[in-house]
Design a protein around this ligand. Sequence first.
Ligand SMILES: [Zn+2]
Length: 183
Amino acid sequence: MFIYTHFLVGILIQKLFFHLLPPTPLVWILLCVLSFLSHWIVDVFSYITFHPDETYSERFPKDRFKLFVDIMSVPITTFILIYFTFFSQSNFQFFSGFISPECYIFSMISAWFVDVIDWEIIRRLAKRELISKEYYSLGVLHKSINKFREIIFPWLPNWREKKWAFSIDLGITFTLGIVVFLI
Ligand SMILES: [Zn+2]
């Protein structure tokens, strides 16, 4: 899924956590672990939204819709990252502000981190042939997400190449956005 979807899910988990639990170091660690694991559920939905398998550079410039979608995701992602790091608390203090229960940077990064590992580290290593080429397309962790989907949600239709399925992505994002702003 897009980075902003993972960010929103991380924020949602943190909001639920600190509604129920005190912000102790152990709870913070648990929060980051759970946000990291949320990637396995969230990316299952990439199967029923517009998420072509090829990388951006493989499709560009022939697929202008993919280009539009990627460009559009930049301001949304940036807004969520900045707002929920600095402006979600009334008086942000540098350093201590980052570990406030109203600062969501750690849960956002944790929820997204699977993509950092697979697309920024594993894919780059595979491209330079420092590790096997087979990891280029699906990484390591996304391979296990695929397995997870096949076992738990085998009935999901594959709409990854359908442009109209981007509307499902927007629906999910809009719903998550409303929920995190309201709770
Ligand atoms: Zn992912």
